[in-house]
Design a protein around this ligand. Structure first.
Ligand SMILES: NC(=O)c1ccc[n+]([C@@H]2O[C@H](COP(=O)([O-])OP(=O)(O)OC[C@H]3O[C@@H](n4cnc5c(N)ncnc54)[C@H](O)[C@@H]3O)[C@@H](O)[C@H]2O)c1
Length: 325
């Protein structure tokens, strides 16, 4: 099989900058970092209007061609198998529309697809009509720990799942959609019971909103908010009948607490402190590009698609509507 040609739109943090000063022995957390380490791909071109940023990116990831805008690429005769869209969210619509005209096999777009649900739906349909596969970087869909947790929930490995409590900040669409997409992946569809008061903690028009949701069989799910000015937080506690599993630091770590006898209150049982273990979240980007490769050459299904991303975005809209009206 020949290596797949990659074009990356936007040369900022998630495109490659987060990995720029990390060792090639570290697991990559960016698009360029993951494609560069995998010899099945060649990053042949990139786009960024910022000359300095583009040059650093081209040098770091050995990219031969650099463009000021995706419109410039459309005027060239290059052919790409994969187009990664890592530009600011406001640019995604234009970049997606132009990327579709370039007829790649896969578009790997950063989340959220767009700030407008209407446009996001339109572009997901347009990709489908054009026969282009669309993968959205809701990263945890490729996290091996999450796939295991999904199977463990289904097999009642930790007993019955009693409730889920999550903490997030920095916007319902920006980060909350990661949390809602994760819930969809792990337990299927969820309903909104109540949305709390919005907190404007970072993005204009994308408040962080506390919420009470319900999963199948009325499984209670509470998502509460931190404030983006304080620190980043993305944690989820899965409360099972035989213990508690906590995803810490967005999946960088996990804590598994078990039921033990209380040494103070005779006859009562409590949770032990558990032990913090390293999570497999850092494998997500490697698994994402592998999934993309296999979707092209082996007809594998993409773990995160336009449709799954839209489901999370529709839920965000519903919660925002309830909270802000
Ligand atoms: N999946 C995740 O966990 C995750 C994490 C971080 C960011 N993101 C998403 O990735 C996107 C980019 O975020 P970031 O943090 O890397 O931003 P960033 O500001 O670090 O990088 C954006 C880059 O795009 C360039 N740019 C601006 N306009 C452009 C255009 N029209 N065409 C091409 N490039 C353009 C900028 O010069 C900059 O270098 C956002 O949509 C964000 O929500 C996702």
């Amino acid at each position: 099989m020949r290596p797949l040609n990659v074009l990356i739109i936007g040369c900022g943090n998630i495109a490659g900058a987060f990995d720029e000063h990390r060792s090639l022995n570290d697991l990559p957390v960016t698009h360029a970092g993951a494609f560069y380490r995998d010899e099945r791909f060649n990053i042949i071109a990139c786009v960024d209007p910022d000359y300095q940023r583009r040059s650093v990116f081209m040098n770091r990831w050995d990219v031969a061609s650099g463009f000021l805008s995706i419109d410039e690429v459309a005027g060239s005769h290059d052919v790409f198998d994969i187009i990664s869209i890592c530009s600011p969210t406001e640019s995604h619509i234009h970049d997606l529309e132009t990327a579709i005209q370039l007829s790649p096999k896969v578009i790997f777009c950063e989340k959220p697809i767009s700030t407008s649900l209407f446009d996001a739906e339109r572009l997901v349909n347009k990709c489908k009509e054009s026969g282009i596969s669309l993968a959205i970087n809701y990263t945890r869909r490729w996290d091996p720990d999450m796939l295991k947790l999904k199977a463990d929930i289904q097999s009642d490995r930790y007993g019955q799942l009693r409730s889920i409590v999550g903490i997030y900040n920095k916007g319902i669409l920006n980060n909350g959609s990661h949390m809602l997409d994760l819930l969809h992946m792990l337990i299927g569809s969820v309903e909104v019971v109540k949305a709390g008061s919005p907190v404007d903690d970072f993005f204009l028009d994308d408040p962080t909103i506390p919420m009470w949701l319900e999963g199948r069989k009325k499984l209670p799910i509470h998502l509460v908010c931190g404030h983006a000015d304080d620190y980043s937080i993305f944690e989820v506690k899965f409360i099972f009948s035989s213990g508690v599993l906590t995803m810490e630091e967005g999946g960088m770590f996990w804590r598994e607490q078990h039921v033990v006898d209380s040494d103070v209150f005779k006859g009562y049982q409590k949770l032990d402190n558990g032990e913090q273990k390293k999570g497999k979240y850092p494998y997500s980007m490697v698994c994402a590009v592998d999934n993309i490769y296999r979707s092209i050459y082996e007809d594998a299904s993409l773990a995160s698609t336009g449709e799954s991303a839209l489901a999370a975005q529709r839920l965000c809209e519903k919660i925002k509507h309830l909270a802000c009206n």
